[in-house]
Design a protein around this ligand. Structure first.
Ligand code: GLN
Length: 479
């Protein structure tokens, strides 16, 4: 059972060949087996998984399960879950229990078979899951290395077979980069495709919830479950949800694929470039028309992102004041109470971003930093519009390197931020982007990123499906 994709397991559950409860038991056993090494979860929820799986099985007897139901899911701890504590990887929310489920989970009803709440960088800030207040997650491919971040817990759990699929969030790469480093598929949908209600905000103009899965079919099925308009999120799009599975096997014949030259330069490790080049070559063999694409402002995307994202988080984190949510330190007077609570509750990276963001938004600096960054964002959007008028799909590496060693970048925030150079352009433009495993370099997985225009996920998934079929990679749980 552990080697099946989520879709294959779902079919067996529908057909009554396997029960959801058996699947939940298998996931729970696997969690017990590997968690002391991997640390993918902040809060495992084995009883919840069993109880809800039992209810799914009861309903399955009458038929009518929705196609994604009953398959144990890993949920990043930034998504609100009713009655289950949701920490965001932070001390400040150590005892916070939400009163409702994130809207993205609504299509699972009351019976979401949740294996647990996955580890993450604090408030989703980071690229290695080392910024968690609950200890780092380890990469199942090499326990001395990071799983990427910030959704490193979800990525590692899926790679280790502690659940068949997972949900992460992507503000500037946090679904795609950990997926790449752990050898799984990670999809950041179009901004607004999935409701953000109940997702604890990082960068509100960037945040997207996305599937982290064993293969592209699983990503399509999980997107089907979470996509849709939500009247309770004014930024969610009222665009019909297509069937993401019908065109999946259509292949790439005649598809125009552009390789982004600015994201294939010497900043990217040679071994990574080689894997991406090989996959693109195979896609050409399979009938795609391949050329070179250019996104000139991709060189400035990282700088713009690291102004806009901290600006938004400095504002979003203001709500954690010791009054309304989570931790409160006792003190004389309200200002002293705020100060002590935030001093104790936030980790170093949260404090760094609050300072950077507050600075960039303050009078006298706003025009020089925040307004400039927004202009770069507009240029980035125009670059994509131009490139996507010539190509259907753009391709690049997902990350500049394979998984690095734990501790290698913790003393150097800039080195950590540079992990995101390939991921942030799509985030700034709000377009969908997916990472699929393309092969190995030095024995570690390399992700290939595919990007396309707003709301063209069906085509993107079809291209990604072909990419995974031509790639040199087969999923199997580790360690
Ligand atoms: N690594 C990026 C950051 O630290 C992206 C994080 C994310 O997408 N949540 O901001």
């Amino acid at each position: 059972m552990l080697d099946l994709t989520a879709s294959a397991l779902a079919r067996k559950i529908q057909a009554g060949e396997v029960s959801s409860r058996e699947a939940a038991e298998a996931a729970n056993r696997r969690v017990e087996e590997v968690e002391d090494r991997v640390n993918a979860f902040i809060t495992p929820t084995p009883e919840i998984a069993l109880e809800r799986a039992g209810r799914v099985d009861d309903r399955a007897r009458n038929g009518g399960l929705r196609p994604w139901e009953g398959v144990p899911l890993v949920v990043k701890d930034v998504l609100s879950t009713k009655g289950v504590r949701t920490t965001c990887g932070s001390k400040i929310l150590e005892d916070f229990t939400p009163l409702y489920d994130a809207s993205a989970l609504a299509n699972f009803g009351e019976d979401l078979v949740m294996v647990g709440k996955a580890n993450m960088d604090e408030f989703a800030m980071g690229s290695s899951t080392e910024n968690s207040a609950y200890g780092p997650t380890r990469n199942p491919w090499d326990l001395g290395r990071v799983p990427g971040g910030s959704s490193g817990g979800s990525a590692a759990a899926v790679a280790a077979g502690e659940g068949w699929w997972g949900l992460g969030t992507d503000t500037g790469g946090s679904v795609r980069q950990p997926a790449a480093l752990c050898g799984i598929v990670g999809l950041k949908p179009t901004y607004g495709r999935v409701s953000r209600r109940g997702l604890i905000a990082f960068g509100s103009s960037l945040d997207c919830i996305g599937p982290m899965t064993r293969d592209v079919r699983d990503a399509a099925l999980l997107l089907q479950a979470i996509a849709g308009h939500d009247p309770l999120d004014s930024t969610s799009a009222s665009v019909d949800v297509p069937d993401y599975l019908t065109d999946l096997e259509g292949g790439v014949s005649g598809l125009r694929i552009g390789v982004v030259k600015e994201l294939m330069d010497e900043r990217i490790d040679a071994g990574v470039r080689e894997v991406v080049g090989r996959v693109v070559g195979e896609l050409e063999e399979a009938g795609a028309e391949v050329g070179e694409a250019s996104l000139p402002h991709a060189y400035y995307a990282l700088e713009a992102y690291y102004i806009i994202a901290p600006a938004e988080i400095s504002s979003n984190l203001a709500r954690f004041d010791g009054v309304r949510f989570g931790l409160r330190e006792q003190a004389d007077g309200v200002h002293e109470m705020y100060r002590k609570t935030r001093e104790k509750g936030f980790g170093d990276e949260a404090k760094r971003r609050i300072m950077l963001g507050t600075y960039a938004l303050s009078s006298g600096y706003y025009d020089a930093y925040y307004a400039q960054a927004q202009k770069v964002r507009t240029r980035m959007i125009r670059d994509f519009r131009e490139a996507l008028s010539r190509y259907d799909v753009l391709v690049s590496p997902t990350a500049p390197s394979v998984a690095f060693e734990i501790g290698a970048k913790t003393d150097d925030p800039l080195a950590m931020y540079l992990q995101d150079i390939c991921a942030v352009p799509a985030s700034l433009a709000g377009i969908p982007a997916i990472s699929v495993p393309g092969g190995l370099s030095d024995g570690l997985p390399v992700g290939v990123q595919l990007m396309s225009d707003h709301f063209t996920e069906p085509m993107l998934l079809r291209a990604a499906r072909s990419a995974e079929q031509v790639s040199d990679f087969e999923f199997s749980p580790r360690p």
